[in-house]
Design a protein around this ligand. Structure first.
Ligand code: NAP
Length: 248
């Protein structure tokens, strides 16, 4: 069977989060399947509530902050185990964060071990997820493969030091991954988000809807020229037309 004949599947880490729901929505809207890594059944139910249906979504339960969580899922796909889509998958990964912008302290002097203790920072979860999936995508040799990560402008602005530390730590990792894949079949890109995105029902209070932000993922999936780039999302216009620049 040719690669084209196999329906693409997007693996989403952090699938039930604000950004993960955007990625899931984008994949489904662009007629792809989703392999959603979720913490447990409750999280899976939450995602179905956000998307309105489980159609097109396969759920894989794993602790993505453990050293083997994502690897176990990829091993199942590779082994063709029933229940896991044996197919080419594209990958979109927003890593879990360990402090949200809205609830974390705004002064460096207010940062304490309680802000930092749990769970694992997003740079570690990104490194593990990248390490345990990129090999599979390279093996598949599908020229349409992508790997997308969402970082944020907090990493530069630092009005909230805790998310700033986690987002800032991702910048060199994303550049290294983009460089590593510059000449491979995988288009690695970073979305640099300049404002708050939240799942639709919460966004009405103070954010942009996940379903609207999903447009950015759709545009990246559709545009093969976006490679090793930082895609900046600073305002609502950037949800309609990609603003991207090569990282090096
Ligand atoms: N939201 C924004 O506006 C924004 C802006 C800039 C950058 N970002 C970046 O995007 C990333 C995601 O942000 P977000 O707002 O989507 O975060 P979020 O809403 O807190 O989502 C975190 C996701 O990670 C999952 N998760 C956490 N620990 C897990 C574990 N041990 N095992 C399995 N799943 C686990 C959560 O699952 P449960 O649902 O089960 O808890 C949830 O799906 C972060 O790195 C953040 O810095 C976000």
């Amino acid at each position: 069977m040719s690669l084209k004949a196999i329906m693409e599947t997007v693996l989403v880490v952090g699938a039930t989060g604000n950004i993960g729901v955007s990625a899931v929505t984008a994949a489904l809207r662009s007629k792809r399947n989703v392999l959603a890594i979720v913490r447990n059944k409750n999280s899976a139910d939450k995602l179905v509530k956000y998307t309105g249906s489980s159609k097109g979504i396969t759920f894989a339960e794993a602790d993505v902050l453990s050293d083997s969580g994502v690897k176990c899922v990829v091993d199942q796909v590779r082994a063709g185990n029933p229940g896991f889509p044996a197919c080419v998958f594209q990958r979109i990964s927003p890593p879990p964060n360990y402090a949200t912008t809205l609830t974390s302290p705004s002064k460096p002097t207010s940062v304490s071990s309680s802000n930092l203790e749990d769970p694992t920072p997003s740079d570690i979860s990104f490194a593990v997820a990248y390490r345990d999936t990129i090999g599979y995508l390279l093996e598949q040799k599908n020229p349409a493969s992508t790997w997308t990560i969402c970082t944020g402008s907090q990493g530069d602005l630092a009005t909230h030091p805790v998310p700033a530390m986690t987002q800032g730590a991702l910048f060199p990792l994303t550049t290294a991954a983009a460089r590593e894949n510059e000449s491979t079949n995988v288009r690695f890109n970073e979305i640099y988000l300049g404002y708050r995105v939240e799942v639709d029902e919460i966004a009405v209070q103070h954010g942009t809807k996940s379903s609207d932000f999903g447009n950015v993922y759709e545009l990246i999936l559709a545009n093969s020229e976006v490679r090793s780039s930082r895609v900046r999302v600073d305002n609502l216009d950037d949800l309609k037309k990609l603003k991207y620049q090569k990282k090096f």
